[in-house]
Design a protein around this ligand. Structure first.
Ligand code: ADP
Ligand code: TRP
Length: 324
């Protein structure tokens, strides 16, 4: 049995890019018989950027609700909130004493963020050590992540190797699992869909607001009658990822034929999103209207996660000279 683990920060409600690029592929992997998957909400990591407690807390619920609504099986697998298993903070400390300072200073995640963020904190600096602890605390074999996280994974492996080298074989060395064909979902302005660009589509919005978001997709000003090029259109770029083959062929033909406006394309995109995510939307709204079910799910996940974490932590304590 392979142990698969990945985390997603709770910095907002997951958008279409997060869902198609990261969440659905992870759920697919978690359904495979030979895998046991731990998916967690990286709320401690979110604190490096989010300083509003209500927003932080609600975003953690939103991410949990999205995982469940999209079909993550919490009986077979484990869904938990990072901050509930506080053992990860203890492991972070041990690991930080095996992490070379220059490695953190040269991390590009830190360099990028320290240039753009107002408050550059020690938390931002040690972010990769907490991430290493997330992974190593559960004897993880595979970590499905986007390319942007590859350096963090390399650091995790280096930290684990450094610990094992000094203290003897203790930690499992994980492998990154990069899905090469993971599509890059474009946002409403054609750039990569991202919270930071505010160009995202939130599929969990009520229909009216979802329509408004989709209406905001940037297009050129070609009149209705004129034939249009689907390959340069932001609406088509998103539609092509969400719709099925037949629907895509049909829309392409309409673009080329003319007498088909961007309003039509946006209506078709709305319809396909509403249809494809109808079950998830309903489930998400249910879960977010009463947190008690999510609390139960998260407690169940916390208990299961801790059961895996404690023996690992005990190994580390023993090797470092602390009470196992
Ligand atoms: P954001 O850019 O909105 O802040 P995150 O960095 O929190 O998103 O990404 C969480 C996960 O979602 C990562 O695994 C990332 O690779 C994936 N992801 C984010 N945006 C996209 C996108 N536009 N297309 C595909 N995957 C994405
Ligand atoms: N840093 C990851 C991101 O921003 C989130 C994350 C935190 C993570 N801990 C992790 C991902 C452990 C994989 C494994 O997307």
């Amino acid at each position: 049995m392979a142990r698969v683990l990945t985390g997603i920060q709770s910095t907002n409600i997951p958008h279409l890019g997060n869902i198609l690029g990261a969440m659905l592929p992870a759920i697919k992997m978690s359904n495979e018989k030979e895998n046991e998957a731990l998916l967690f909400i990286a709320d401690l990591h979110s604190l490096t950027t989010v300083k509003d407690p209500v927003f932080l807390r609600n975003s953690a619920y939103a991410v949990a609700a999205a995982w469940i609504a999209l079909g993550f099986d919490t009986e077979k697998n484990i869904l938990f909130r990072q901050s509930d298993v506080t053992e990860v903070c203890e492991l972070t400390w041990y690991l930080s004493c095996f992490t070379p300072f220059p490695m953190l200073a040269n991390a590009h995640g830190f360099k990028d963020k320290s240039e753009t963020l107002g408050d550059v904190t020690a938390g931002l600096f040690t972010y990769p050590v907490l991430m290493a602890a997330d992974i190593l605390l559960y004897d993880t074999n595979f970590v499905p992540v986007g390319k942007d996280q590859l350096q963090h994974l390399e650091m995790t492996r280096d930290i684990a190797r450094s610990f094992n080298h000094r203290m003897g074989e203790t930690l499992v060395i994980p492998d990154a699992k990069i899905n090469e064909e993971t599509m890059l979902v474009p946002g409403t302005d054609g750039r990569k869909m991202s919270k930071s660009y505010n160009n995202f589509i939130n599929i969990f919005l009520p229909e009216k607001e979802l329509k408004k978001q989709i209406a905001g997709i940037v297009t050129d000003a070609k009149p209705l009658e004129e034939p249009k090029d689907p390959e340069t259109c932001n609406v088509f770029a998103i539609y092509k990822i969400v719709a099925n083959e037949e629907q895509v062929i049909k829309m392409k033909a309409s673009y080329l034929a003319g007498n088909y406006g961007y309003g039509h394309a946006k209506a078709a995109l709305t319809e396909v999103i509403l249809e494809r995510f109808s079950v998830a939307r309903k489930k998400y709204t249910e879960l977010m209207s009463d947190f008690s079910l999510l609390d139960k799910e998260l407690k169940k996940g916390e208990d299961k996660a801790r059961k895996i974490a404690l023996p690992v932590l005990s190994r580390v304590r023993e090797k470092t000279g602390f009470k196992p």
